[in-house]
Design a protein around this ligand. Sequence first.
Ligand code: G3P
Length: 497
Amino acid sequence: MKYVIALDQGTTSSRAIVFDSEQKIVGVAQKEFRQIYPKEGWVEHDPMEIWSSQSGVLAEVIARTGISQHDIIALGITNQRETTIVWDKHTGKPIYNAIVWQCRRTAKICDELKQIEGLNEYVKENTGLLIDAYFSGTKIKWILDNVEGAREKAEKGDLLFGTVDSWLIWKLTNGKVHATDYTNASRTMIYNIKKLEWDQKLLDILGIPKSMLPKVKDCSGTFGYANLGGKGGHRVPIAGVAGDQQAALFGQACFNKGDSKNTYGTGCFLLMNIGDKMVRSKHGLVTTIAIGLEGKVEYALEGSIFIGGASVQWLRDELKLVSEARDTEYFARKVKDNGGVYVVPAFVGLGAPYWDMYARGAILGLTRGANKNHIIRATLESIAYQTRDVLEAMQEDSGIKLKNLKVDGGAAANNFLMEFQSDILGVNVRRPVTLETTALGAAYLAGLAVGVWESKDEISSQWKLDREFTASMSEDERNKKYSGWKKAVKRSMAWEE
Ligand code: G3P
C-alpha cells in the first residue's frame, strides 16, 4: 500500500493525516499551539512553534501508524492563509512572530491606503481582494516598518516573506526552496490574479522588495523534497500545496462552475467555483484563485467569515458555558428557540460582506428570562446567519441560485447547526462522509502529481454523502429571524472607531 500525507497547518492546531490510495484515513496526529495576543485585536503565532508542531505531528503519525517511510510517496500541504512570516534567509530565523490573518494591527495602515485615489478600485480589479487588515500585504509592511533593521535587510535581499505554506516548504527542504502556490499568493493583496505575477505597483506602495517574495507555482507538482529520516533519509516530494479553503473546495470535488462549499473551521469560508474568468463581486465578496494547475488558474468567489467554530471555542474557553465543543448541540436543543437573543461574534471585526475592521462582538436581545442555553444557541445560530449573509451575496454576484450547499470542517458535525443552517438558508445542506476535506484536498493535489490518482473524475466519484439536511422552517419565520440578525449586526459595527 502507498500513502499520501497531508499536513494541515490550521489557525489553532497543526495536523498530519495519512491517506491510503483508496482515500481512506489511516492515521491522524494533531497538536495545538499557542495563540499570542500581545495587545487588543492583535494575534500572533510563533513560527518556530508552527514548525515544531507540524514536524512533530508528521513524525508522530508515521510512528503511530507504523507505515514505512518508503511507502509514503508524497506530501501535501494546506494551511491557514494570509498569516505572514518574514525570516532571514541566511540564518533561517524569523525576524518577528507570524502575524495571523485575524490580527487587526494594520487597520490604520489600511485606512491610509484607502485614501490613495483609485487604490481601492485598483486592488479590487487586480488582486480580487479589498483593502483590509486580513490580507498579508499590510502585515509585511508593518514588519518592515517596525522591526529594527528589517527594511535595510529586506532591501539588501537578506529577508524572505512567506505565508505558512512557504515557511513549511522552506523548513521541510532545509532552506532549499522558497515557493508558494497560486491560491496562497492570491491572499496576499500584492499578487495580480489576472496577470499571475506579483503586482509591482502594490509592492511599491507598500515598500516591499520583490526579492523577498516566493516563486508562485501550480498547486499540484513537485515543490521540493522533504527528508523524512533526517540527513540521508527517505526523500519525499512535496507535491501538492493549497490554502486551506481552496484545498477544501478541491477536496469537495467542486470542479465545475457554480459548485460551492462552506467550511466550518476557526472561521467559516464559503467558496464558489466560477471557472477560468475572473468575476468581480459587487456584493462584498472577494475573488480569489481557486486552483492553479498546469499554469492555468480557475477562480472562486469567497465569502470570508472570520469567526465560525472559534465562537464555540469562546463559549468553552472564555465563558466556560460548555466543557466540550460538541456539548453545544445538547444545550442548544434545551430551548425551543433563541428567546430573542442574538450573538454577533465580531471579535476580530467583520469580514464578508460587511468588511468592518472596527466592529466588535455583541450579545443583544437579552431579557430577564435569557439563560445560558439561549446564549449557546444564539452563538451557533450566528454561524448560520453569517453564512446566509455571504450566500445571498454569492447568489447575487454569480446569478446562480444554489439548490444545495456542501459543508465540511469540524463544526459541520454539529447536527443542530446543520439543521438550522438549512432552515435559515432554505436550501439543502449536504454533509459528506469525510469532513476532513481540507486535508483530503491537499492529499488529492499531491496524489495527482505523483500518479496515485489519475484524474478529477476519479476524485469526484469518491464523494460520498453522509447526511442531507432539508429545511423545515416557514418562509415567514426564516425572514423574521434573519431580520433580527441584521439588526443585531448593525449594532456591533464601527464599535472601536
Ligand atoms: O483565511 C483564513 C483561513 O485560511 C483560516 O482557516 O481553517 O484556520 O479557519 P481555518
